[in-house]
Design a protein around this ligand. Structure first.
Ligand SMILES: [Zn+2]
Length: 323
């Protein structure tokens, strides 16, 4: 396969109904310049972090502080990765290295990071791994609940997990939920009925960041053929994460998943008018972003897996050792 240069995406490719960012108010002449500046100036948020250890007599409360002695630094590292992989748009005019998608527009967007003001980490005794919620009064305050018994599981040699690596991975996944977009901010108001994305896409984006951050756990395996994949693209978690990584690294180029996340915020899980009419809202969403519906992308991904190692170059190496 040859390397082709995809057409730069027009700024108008991403509708911006909410106008959240001052940079977007600039006129067309200096828009390019502003986009370069916004790309360079994306700052890493500094939310308030709080730690709530619910049961200090639980033996894993002490284990947690041994494995993650500096919670703020661990969360700040996760936040840097979230900004890097979801909120950094490639600079206009930089070289494009897209191998197989001449019909796909080059990823571009103006990043808008959700205004999450605080993240409270709860260490609690419950079954499962972890989950994230907003607080009842104000969704800008998030809570990550981490299971203390899960730390026991991480220490069990049968799990083959490195507890520090695993806990950093779980916290990164959960912190993505504190900072990812799922729908336009006004979609719940005014009787609007904007379709929401499947849960598998939301979980896949969280694990995409975890994968890119080099924090995938030992039980994840990237499929090496189409028959090894899950049956559906939105199976979620690592299954969807590997598909998203293929879209970013092979199909559309750097910034593709960030652009997808951005579109969920600006217009929701829908496409542009004519594409929606022809393909339905889900088909329109993917086609307007990547030039193909999600079923076609899933087929292309399967074909690419089946094409074998020769065609893949060092893609996997880039994923495992992100730069
Ligand atoms: Zn999740």
């Amino acid at each position: 396969m040859t390397t082709t240069s995809a057409e730069p995406a027009a700024a108008s490719a991403i509708p911006k109904p909410n106008q959240p960012d001052e940079a977007q108010k600039s006129n067309a002449n200096d828009q390019d310049q502003n986009q370069k500046i916004s790309q360079k100036k994306v700052h890493i948020p500094k939310p308030k972090y709080r730690l709530h250890a619910e049961d200090l007599r639980h033996p894993e409360s002490a284990s947690f502080s041994t494995y993650i002695p500096d919670v703020a630094t661990t969360l700040d590292t996760a936040l840097s990765n979230i900004v890097k992989y979801l909120y950094t748009s490639p600079e206009t005019g930089s070289p494009v290295d897209v191998k197989s998608a001449p019909k796909c527009k080059r990823p571009h967007f103006v990043p808008f990071i959700p205004p999450t003001r605080s993240v409270t980490l709860f260490l609690r005794d419950f079954g499962g791994v972890a989950y994230t919620t907003g607080t009842e009064l104000d969704d800008a305050h998030k809570e990550i609940h981490l299971s203390l018994p899960y730390i026991t599981h991480c220490k069990n040699s049968a799990a083959k997990a490195d507890p520090v690596h695993e806990l950093a991975g779980v916290l990164t996944h959960e912190l993505v939920h504190c900072y990812q977009h799922t729908s336009p901010p006004d979609s719940a108001k005014g009787g609007k009925d904007t379709p929401g994305p499947p849960g598998g896409l939301i979980e896949g984006i969280a694990d995409f960041v975890r994968l890119k951050a080099g924090l995938s756990p030992p039980h994840w395996t990237r499929p090496t053929s189409s028959s090894q994949r899950e049956k559906k693209w939105d199976a979620g978690y690592q299954h969807t994460a590997y598909f998203l990584a293929w879209i970013e690294d092979v199909w559309a180029g750097e910034g593709a998943v960030g652009m997808l996340n951005d579109r969920l915020f600006r217009v929701g899980y829908v496409g542009e008018g004519a594409e929606d009419e022809a393909n339905g809202h889900e088909g329109g969403f993917w086609k307007s972003l990547f030039g193909a519906g999600v079923a076609e992308l899933w087929d292309e991904y399967g074909q690419w897996l089946d094409d074998g190692e020769k065609a893949k170059g060092n893609w996997e190496e880039e994923i495992v050792n992100p730069v």
